[in-house]
Design a protein around this ligand. Structure first.
Ligand SMILES: Nc1ncnc2c1ncn2[C@@H]1O[C@H](COP(=O)(O)OP(=O)(O)OP(=O)(O)O)[C@@H](O)[C@H]1O
Ligand SMILES: [Mg+2]
Length: 373
């Protein structure tokens, strides 16, 4: 039987850790931790949780606001509230918002497990849609501290390979000044993320769809602005809203980033399920990977980070040296291949233009693992 998918909302990191430790990993899987803000309900929408655990904090205003939104918009997601102290006023306020169970924070793992199961079965009855089809959505960012490591090459080819397999896929070119995803795909977009950012207050999936460009593989593309000076109109919050808006509608959302820890990059990383840290096999890259891993750790994003090694044959240190020093096994290892340049010049991604090349095979293997996970 599938594990129940749980999300946890609290502004307190220690409480989040405590709840994570209380949750029985054999029966339940925590797919995300969130804080209270006006985007919380939107953000958790794409995670399709079976159960939402909310911690009662502060005066409860934002807690109840999020509860109301989740109850109204997320059929099939049962609400549970944990509070320092539970009294009759809190119980009745919670019930009015559709919260199924209210428990003290001091509750045992067994009691929490029982409450989760009970809330879930009650909610299942409410859900008129029953077993509705759900899209499992994954946001994958391609990041590197240093430029020129192959982020765009990898992101674009991964996205095209996913789309070619029939996966509903979107690529967001979040290299806002020098994004070149559309060059690699030989597309001439009419609208870009810049036009979309101007609609940030009216954002919904139809607005997003109206600015996308479609590639012949079936991949949807949200292009970077046409000119570097337009980048300043797109804020980290705008990117966060875009990702949250599209999440329920795509199986894969690939985000190509500019090098470095900009606000935009951090927003993308925080809103991703997987961060692909791209590096070439040389001593400078090695140093940059170590620094980047340290920062990702400090940002509490290290767990979702995977290492991607590119141009493996060209380095002065070997792949195994690289692995040894970092104590990290790369998820993909892409060789140096002349097909990369030739595919860029043709505007045809190598995964479709040269499927027998070593680089295309490496991406195909990666995409297969993604599709099976
Ligand atoms: N495996 C490879 N074999 C040969 N050339 C490669 C390979 N990967 C990338 N390149 C080349 O390296 C250059 C940089 O690649 P790419 O633009 O994908 O990097 P990037 O990380 O997106 O760069 P930036 O940080 O500037 O956005 C390109 O000219 C590309 O053709
Ligand atoms: Mg790039």
């Amino acid at each position: 039987m599938d594990k129940l998918n749980i999300v946890v909302i609290s502004d307190d990191i220690d409480i989040k850790i405590k709840i994570k430790n209380l949750i029985d990993g054999d029966r339940f899987a925590v797919s995300g931790f969130f804080e209270y803000d006006e985007l919380t309900a939107l953000k958790i929408l794409g995670h399709h949780p079976d159960v939402v655990i909310m911690v009662y904090e502060g005066d409860g205003g934002s807690v109840f606001q999020v509860a109301e939104q989740v109850y109204a918009e997320l059929r099939g997601a049962a609400l549970i509230m944990l509070a320092e102290t539970v009294d009759i006023d809190l119980l009745s306020a919670a019930m009015q918002r559709g919260i199924r169970q209210v428990l003290p924070l001091s509750e045992t793992a067994e009691a929490l497990g029982e409450a989760i199961q009970k809330a879930h079965s009650l909610e299942k009855k409410r859900s008129a849609e029953g077993e509705r089809s759900r899209i499992k959505s994954r946001v994958i960012s391609f990041f590197s501290g240093k430029g020129g490591t192959g982020k765009t090459t990898l992101a674009t080819n991964t996205a095209v390979a996913l789309a070619a397999q029939g996966k509903k896929t979107l690529i967001i070119d979040a290299d806002l000044q020098f994004g070149d995803v559309t060059v690699l795909l030989d597309l001439d977009p009419q609208d870009t993320i810049y036009e979309l950012a101007r609609e940030v207050d009216e954002m919904n999936i139809d607005v997003v769809k109206s600015v996308l460009t479609m590639h012949k593989s079936g991949l949807d593309v949200l292009a970077a602005p046409k000119s570097p000076e337009l980048a300043e109109y797109i804020h980290d919050r705008t990117l966060e809203i875009i990702i949250s808006t599209v999440r329920p509608y795509y199986e894969f959302i690939i985000v190509d980033l500019a090098p470095g820890f900009s606000d935009i990059a951090i927003a993308a990383i925080e809103n991703s399920d997987i961060v692909n840290l791209c590096a070439c096999v040389d001593i400078v890259s090695l140093k940059n990977v170590k620094t980047s891993l340290g920062i990702l750790d400090a940002l509490r994003q290290r767990e979702k980070t995977e290492l991607i090694l590119n141009r493996a044959a060209s380095g002065i240190i070997s792949k195994s040296d690289f692995e040894k020093i970092l104590s990290l096994t790369p998820k993909i290892c892409l060789p140096e291949d002349k097909e990369v340049l030739s595919s860029i010049n043709k505007g045809v991604p190598f995964v479709t233009g040269a499927p027998r090349s070593a680089v295309a095979k490496a991406i195909a293997a990666y995409v297969n693992t993604l599709c099976q996970e």
